[in-house]
Design a protein around this ligand. Structure first.
Ligand code: SAM
Length: 338
């Protein structure tokens, strides 16, 4: 397809595509899919509502023709979707795509890491919020200890995938785990990224007081480690990076609450049921699945996506305050992924 560069109203190009492949998860993390809200009666998407792998591939190619260079698969838990390596293989062959990654809780990596690597996956971000089994089980809402995730990390490294660890920090819940996690990752040569707890969705009861900011985490780290700042690797890089002195091991911060990065946000999100979201904090998406299923051509789909991006002026995190209405309808993280 012909390459076109599309920009939004704030002159931000389209560069990154997050694709949620599944709205289900085997965890019930309190900050993401709390068990009392996502219980046994919760109605997940029926199979017919999910984009097929062929549909995802077709859309991904169109997104790449509009400037997307990086794709990250997420969820829900992406590894729960049947035959995920089949999708990875399709995406990894797209001409012009520079990077293909996946975000996962890691539990199924011992089974899938090698297959994913062979299919063309480059990197995995694995979520781990604590090294304490009891606390981790409480956070994931399923009583699952850390062992399956640690085995997943090992399997990913063994398979030759790049590995980064994501830790969401919530005040009073796992802030005491910041230093043990940092030590563990440093000792094992793993890049750890601290993610500020965000007000995604409307089921996690988010309060500004629950956020542990980058500044607070950084001060804690400085009591134990010498850190050197690193420059951003590219425009739109989400994490702010440091390096432990005299090593090549990085530590990063995703500061969407305390130091928002809307002005360089180049991310678009495609939900498991084919809705396009131009911001993690949107309430409504733009349908692309039915448009495609009703017979739209690639050119018509490209035009629709360009138009959605051209009209984009979201800068939610720039505008958020402690008083921002947290009851406002926002899409759940499990639909569009992190
Ligand atoms: N199931 C996969 C996982 O556990 O990584 C992928 C989906 S999960 C929604 C993607 C990322 O979003 C994870 O790193 C998770 O910790 C993060 N996340 C979920 N809810 C969050 C919140 N309220 N604030 C900050 N990060 C959140």
């Amino acid at each position: 397809m012909k390459k076109i560069i599309v920009k939004d109203k704030l002159n931000r190009p389209l560069r990154d595509l997050r694709i949620s492949v599944f709205d289900r998860c085997n965890f019930r993390c309190q900050y993401c899919m709390p068990a009392d809200q996502f219980g046994p009666d919760f109605k997940f998407l029926p199979k017919s509502a999910l984009l097929t792998y062929e549909e995802i591939e077709r859309l991904a190619k169109i997104f790449v023709s509009l400037g997307v260079k990086k794709i990250r698969l997420t969820g829900g838990e992406p590894l729960l979707r049947k035959d995920l390596p089949v999708l990875v293989e399709k995406l990894s062959c797209i001409n012009g795509l520079e990077d293909l990654g996946l975000t996962t809780n890691g539990v199924l990596l011992p089974k899938l890491a090698s297959k994913l690597k062979e299919a063309g996956l480059k990197r995995v971000n694995i979520s781990l919020d604590s090294l304490d089994d009891e606390l981790f089980g409480k956070i994931n809402g399923r009583g699952i200890g850390t062992a399956p995730v640690l085995e997943g990390i090992e399997a990913a490294e063994k398979a030759g995938l790049g590995v980064k660890i994501n830790m969401v920090v919530k005040k009073g819940l796992n802030d005491l785990e910041i230093i043990p996690m940092a030590k563990f990752c440093k000792d094992n040569g793993l890049e750890l990224r601290f993610i500020e707890y965000m007000d995604v969705g409307s089921t996690n009861g988010w309060k500004m007081d629950d956020v542990v900011t980058k500044k607070e985490i950084f001060h804690m780290l400085q009591e134990h480690f010498e850190l050197e700042p690193l420059d951003a690797a590219y425009f739109g890089e989400v994490a702010k990076h440091y390096r432990y002195k005299d090593t090549n091991i990085k530590v990063g911060f995703i500061t969407s609450v305390s130091e928002s990065f809307c002005s360089c946000c180049t991310r678009v999100r495609l939900s498991a049921n084919g809705q396009i979201y131009t911001c993690l904090f949107n309430g409504n998406g733009h349908d692309i699945r039915n448009f495609m299923r009703n017979g739209a051509s690639d050119e018509e789909i490209a035009e629709r996506i360009s138009s959605i991006w051209n009209h984009r002026d979201d800068r939610y995190s720039d505008e958020r305050t402690a008083e921002t209405d947290n009851n406002r309808k926002k899409i759940e993280m499990s639909y569009i992924g992190g």
